[in-house]
Ligand binder design. Structure first.
Ligand SMILES: [Zn+2]
Length: 316
């Protein structure tokens, strides 16, 4: 065989390999989502048959996104088979993405559209009017529902149904993995209850109302927040109010999500510490999968939150 023929054969083999890869890739269910938590659970259920892409990193916060959407998000969504969103107005920018993508599979009445909040008992639903134009968020209640691990079962069910609709041929495979995910959650829930025993009745403060579901599940008492309302920047008066509350209640820890600056929590902590004569800690906690390197999947996120809070609140 001469050199030209060998090159031709190599080229043909390459073309064949690419064609095979193309066929294999066609079977992959492409998922786009506003949150790493959904991507993590979608991977649990879809394993190697889904490719889940989150528009945000775990240390970011989709609910405070007020910028324009990126064209790359629209391109990805135009090619997606399923779209998973937080709902409850936490990712309203997703409407712009969906509109731009012109992809009926992931439009609100499409097979692959999933609102993760469906079936969740939402807490802190505002009784009065809220004003999104002033920056208020949580306008349909608290959207951080995945920080109660019991809610992960509901979300997994919502995602399973979306994947089944998007790829009916793989439905049995998805159902089997979803059963396995639920079984591992059922095994983890009593373990987390046990690990979180020391948190019951412990007082702390937070930057934003991120932790309400977690606090309710494990009996933590959040005595106050840096933000006067979800999404509203604290004023000096808010800082004084929180300082008074923490000093009065004996709270010795302020937690904040990675996206929130520790500047105000640290100022509050210094003042409470000065008044109380006791150390007051400020701690960054992940609010989503991937928010810190240790929170590599949903189970690791809950493990990390309980372990870190237990350690910081021990002896307070
Ligand atoms: Zn929030």
């Amino acid at each position: 065989m001469n050199r030209a023929s060998r090159r031709l054969l190599t080229l043909l083999a390459l073309v064949a390999a690419l064609a095979t890869a193309g066929i294999a890739e066609a079977r992959i269910v492409k998922v786009v989502t506003s949150s790493t938590d959904f991507a993590s659970i979608a991977r649990e259920i879809g394993r190697d048959r889904v490719q889940a892409y989150s528009f945000f990193h775990g240390y970011q916060e989709p609910e405070i996104w007020v910028e324009d959407v990126f064209p790359s998000w629209i391109v990805r969504t135009s090619q997606a088979d399923a779209l998973l969103r937080i709902g409850l107005s936490a990712d309203i920018w997703m409407d712009t993405v969906i509109e731009g993508a012109q992809n009926p599979r992931v439009a609100p009445d499409g097979a692959g559209y999933v609102d993760g909040s469906r079936g969740i008992s939402v807490i802190e639903v505002p009784a009065g009017a809220t004003d999104r134009s002033l920056g208020e968020i949580h306008i349909q209640g608290n959207p951080h529902y995945l920080l109660d691990p019991v809610n992960a079962k509901i979300v997994a069910d919502n995602i399973l149904q979306g994947l089944e609709r998007a790829a009916p041929d793989d439905a049995e495979f998805f159902r089997k993995n979803a059963r396995d995910f639920r079984a591992r959650l059922d095994a983890a829930l009593p373990r987390w209850e046990q690990a979180a025993r020391g948190l019951r009745g412990k007082k702390l403060a937070a930057y934003h109302k991120t932790w309400s579901y977690l606090a309710r599940r494990y009996g933590l008492v959040v005595v106050g927040y840096c933000e006067p309302k979800p999404g509203i920047e604290p004023s000096p008066a808010d800082v004084r109010r929180l300082t008074d509350t923490m000093a009065r209640e004996g709270a010795r820890l302020i937690i904040h999500a990675p996206v929130e600056s520790p500047r105000i929590p640290e100022a509050v902590a210094r003042e409470v510490q000065r008044r109380a004569g006791q150390p007051v800690k400020v701690m960054k906690l992940p609010a989503h999968v991937g928010g810190v390197p240790e929170a590599k999947d949903y189970f690791a996120l809950i493990d990390y939150l309980i372990a870190t809070l237990s350690e910081s609140l021990a002896g307070t």
